[in-house]
Design a protein around this ligand. Structure first.
Ligand code: PMP
Length: 365
């Protein structure tokens, strides 16, 4: 953020400038301990209070009911792909998975190591819609139902919480956590790698309902065991203290911006501006997703045609880079362009992108 650039990266992603400056200022002296957050013991009074306060911040922002625990884990989203079945699968031996993009596909694949995986949706490799509930195959005997609330690569976001008829619901919210209010009581587990909407890489936020603790597989590694992490208040072993510190500063920032309600208003406006630009470009920019399930966080699009004109896209990206519009390249598995509009991205920054898109289209005529 020292030069005038905009970081549209999908993760690690832009952090609010105010947060970076605060962290920089606090770096040498964590809570008047005269030690840096990177040097202080996770067993110190200062850290333990901070640990509790940070959990309280999550509870306040997401209105988490009392029968849930907040955990700070490691291993990223990928670690949680294993941790979820390792902690829950032994309930019945099978689990239901919604596959709506690459990340839920990866999670489902990981889960097959630990039990039977039933796919709720008809198989597809074109992730551009979420089939209607009439097409879902839910098993009432599943240990849990898993879904990814926002697919970061394909830009598929659930606009609602799936109804699982009482089976515990597990959500990967890595790329849309705290971008909208949610009714936490509808979930068994919510998890999110911090590095998109709420902090840097290194910490994974987990929100888990009490009754789901206590049933890990006998071979569940200690580091992935929710019950042990909960019992020991996320300081069973050394937590990623610095990452948690930055995350807590983002929580404070979100609170100052009107909480997750404020984030949602902001996200609606920003994504609307970009989708309107795409949809009003006479087909020059294409986003072939059902508008009902288009993500507010990750906007993938192609240039020139639905399948993308790769040469044109390359020129677009080079021009964007020159203007300081960074990390707009689509994920390597799908190509094209992707703009990530996480919490820290401002409306003005999206306007800069849209301005460039209009000029590029004009120039290409
Ligand atoms: N889930 C989602 C929705 C993601 O976007 C990502 C990473 N981009 C992951 C899981 C995997 O996270 P990690 O890289 O932290 O393992």
């Amino acid at each position: 953020a020292s030069k005038q650039v905009v970081n549209f990266g999908a993760g690690p992603a832009k952090l609010p400038e105010e947060v970076l400056l605060k962290v920089q200022k606090d770096l040498l002296n964590f809570k008047d301990s005269n030690l840096s957050i990177m040097e202080i013991s996770h067993r110190s009074t200062e850290y333990l209070k901070f640990n509790d306060d940070t959990q309280a911040a999550v509870k306040e922002l997401l209105k988490v009911p009392d029968n849930y625990k907040i955990l700070f884990m490691q291993g990223g989203g990928t670690g949680l792909f294993a941790a979820v079945p390792l902690n829950l699968m032994s309930r019945t031996g099978s689990a239901d998975y919604f596959v709506t993009g690459s990340w839920s596909a990866k999670a489902a694949k990981e889960a097959t190591k630990y039990g039977k995986v039933n796919l709720v949706l008809p198989k597809t490799d074109k992730y551009n819609d979420i089939p209607d509930p009439s097409k879902w195959k839910l098993d009432p005997k599943a240990s849990y139902v898993y879904y990814c609330s926002n697919e970061t690569i394909h830009g598929v976001e659930f606009p609602y919480i799936p109804d699982t008829q009482g089976v515990p619901l597990v959500a990967d919210m890595s790329s849309n956590i705290m971008s909208r209010p949610i009714d936490v009581s509808k979930f068994g587990i919510i998890f999110a790698g911090a590095q998109k909407n709420i902090g840097p890489a290194g910490v994974t936020l987990v929100i888990i309902r009490d009754d789901l603790l206590g049933n890990p597989s006998p071979f569940c590694p200690t580091i992935l065991d929710f019950s042990i992490m909960a019992k020991d208040n996320s300081v069973h072993n050394t937590p990623p203290t610095a990452a948690i510190y930055v995350m807590s500063s983002v929580f404070e920032w979100i609170r100052q911006q009107g909480g997750v309600e404020g984030m949602e208003k902001h996200a609606v406006r920003k994504s609307q501006l970009l989708y309107d630009t795409i949809d009003h470009s006479q087909g020059f920019y294409c986003c072939p997703l059902n508008p009902k399930i288009r993500s507010r966080m990750n906007v993938p699009f192609r240039i020139g045609s639905v399948n993308g004109d790769e040469a044109l896209e390359k020129t677009f990206l080079t021009g964007a880079q020159e203007r300081g519009l960074l990390q707009l390249k689509g994920h390597r598995s799908v190509g094209g362009i992707r703009a990530s509009l996480y919490n820290a991205i401002t409306y003005k920054e999206v306007e800069t992108l849209v301005q460039y898109m209009k000029e590029f289209q004009e120039l290409t005529k």
